[in-house]
Design a binder for this molecule. Structure first.
Ligand code: BGP
Length: 473
């Protein structure tokens, strides 16, 4: 039989500032790279930028009331750097700080544990213009100052902190695929920026120790556990290569302060390895997290890929099934479709058991507690004529993942929290507003914002019951 969830377990939900807040220039907020990037000529964003998003900034009380009604135990949200420092550094914007004060206080009044992400991709445009953002070591100081401002202001009330959200994704899509700002395709620059992000992450954690000694902090990593496509020895090597380059490469540095050997050897052979300067390793080692944050959406499956094999592929950003093209890393691995798994309309493999695999692997390799900081299903939800949303597919998806978490806990993994992605529907970075994840439907279409009315989906009532049930266990 399965162990129950611990009584301290936090069932929650998550969001990120740019994806919900809107109010892009209200109360002194400065522009972030996403404010700029989504408006560039020739991008595919059309009206789907975050200028208004779901207007959470002006409807925060209404949204928190819904969270309270649901009985959420934790709410993970991110702070917009450009509300606190409109140009990334220099003078603090008190109005920005005050907004998050109000949000935090309201959550606490409702016994919802605030979980704050310091950085969910909305880099101040001014820092991109000044020195190229994460391509310059100058960001380490500006990022740490920004973090210290938050730790000092909110540390008495906020004890759960996430540093960087999905460094592997924002750096990868920004510098390898050219899909996120700054829209670059250059692996050498990608790994250089990555190294600087590691240093910024570690410095922020080190300073957290002094400012919030009783708090917990860690990064959120987008972990897709890798499977070999079959039991051919070459597929096993491919699987090990993919785990090493996609996953250990990041998590080893977070936890141990050192890059794994084979990934580094590969990057050196390719001439794209980051430059580790004297003193860097000490900085990295001094920034060990308290937990590993895991954003889990899907597993990956790989086979061998020859040196002249497939490279970077095309992503499905339309929700038209089967439009993802072949991809891989020449010489290391090739991504395959797993014939045992169904996929979403965006070609993401649906694999609840993969979450158990992820939790077990992280536990075994890093011996750290885990916060599942994101997991959820993006779909085209439809309003019925009487104004309801019957998202049974989402209930099915989330309930199966929760079952697998319980199995992992029974296996011996220390899981502290589970946050679904997302609480309300919101802006998907590359898929606009049509890809919905929330428990709360936002009434809109692509061009007309309508009234952005909040409508509770079927999954809202289901998750509410689930939380209450576990609280009474
Ligand atoms: C993660 C991000 C989230 C969110 C989610 C869903 O990578 O941390 O911000 O967007 O993925 O992704 P998508 O919007 O592409 O479906």
């Amino acid at each position: 039989s399965l162990n129950p969830f611990p009584s301290t377990f936090l069932f929650g939900s998550a969001s990120a500032a740019y994806q919900i807040e809107g109010a892009y220039d209200q109360d002194g907020k400065g522009p972030s790279v996403w404010d700029t990037y989504t408006k560039l000529e020739g991008t595919t964003f059309k009206n789907t930028n975050g200028d208004v998003a779901v207007d959470h900034y002006n409807r925060m009380e209404e949204d928190v009331a819904l969270m309270a009604e649901m009985g959420l135990k934790t709410y993970r949200f991110s702070i917009a750097w450009t509300r606190i420092y409109p140009t990334g550094a220099g003078e603090v914007n008190e109005a920005g700080l005050a907004f998050y004060d109000r949000l935090i206080d309201l959550l606490l009044q409702h016994d919802i544990v605030p979980m704050v992400t310091v950085y969910h991709w909305d880099l101040p445009q001014a820092l991109m213009d000044k020195y190229g953002g994460f391509e310059s070591r100058q960001i380490i100081e500006d990022f740490t100052t920004y973090c210290e401002t938050l730790f000092t202001r909110y540390g008495d009330r906020v004890k759960h902190w996430i540093t960087l959200n999905e460094q592997n994704i924002f750096i990868g899509l920004g510098y390898r695929n050219g899909l996120h700002p700054p829209g670059v395709k250059d692996l050498k620059r990608m790994y250089a920026a990555n190294h600087i992000a590691f240093l910024a992450n570690a410095k922020a954690i080190a300073s957290f120790r002094n400012l919030v000694p009783d708090g917990k902090i860690g990064p959120s990593f987008a972990y897709g556990p890798i499977y070999p496509a079959d039991c051919k020895p070459e597929s096993i090597i491919a699987y090990e290569n993919a785990e090493e380059l996609n996953n250990h490469f990041y998590m080893d540095v977070y936890v141990n302060g050192e890059y794994p050997d084979m990934a580094m050897k590969y990057l050196e052979r390719e001439g794209i390895a980051p430059t580790v300067e004297p003193g860097d390793t000490e900085i990295l080692k001094a920034g060990k997290p308290d937990f590993m944050g895991v954003n889990y959406y899907q597993s990956g499956t790989v086979s061998a890929n020859p040196l002249d094999g497939v490279g970077e592929g095309k992503m499905n950003t339309t929700g038209k099934k089967g439009t993802t093209s072949a991809s891989g890393v020449p010489g290391l691995f090739r991504n395959e479709r797993n014939p045992h798994l169904e996929t979403t309309n965006w070609d993401w493999a649906i694999d609840p058991a993969g979450l158990r695999v992820a939790l077990r692997r992280i536990h075994n390799r890093y011996k750290l507690p885990i916060i599942i900081s994101e997991n959820g299903l993006g779909e085209f939800d439809k309003l019925t004529e009487n104004g309801e949303v019957h998202d049974d597919y989402r209930i099915d998806y989330i309930s199966k993942h929760i079952d697998e978490i319980q199995k992992a806990i029974t296996d011996g993994v220390d899981v502290l929290a589970y946050c679904t992605w997302s609480f309300t529907d919101l802006l998907s970075w590359l898929n606009g507003y049509q890809k919905r994840y929330g428990f709360v439907y936002i009434d809109r279409d692509e061009t007309d914002e309508k009234e952005l009315k909040r409508i509770k989906k079927k999954s809202f009532y289901w998750y509410k019951d689930l939380i209450a049930r576990h609280a009474n266990e």
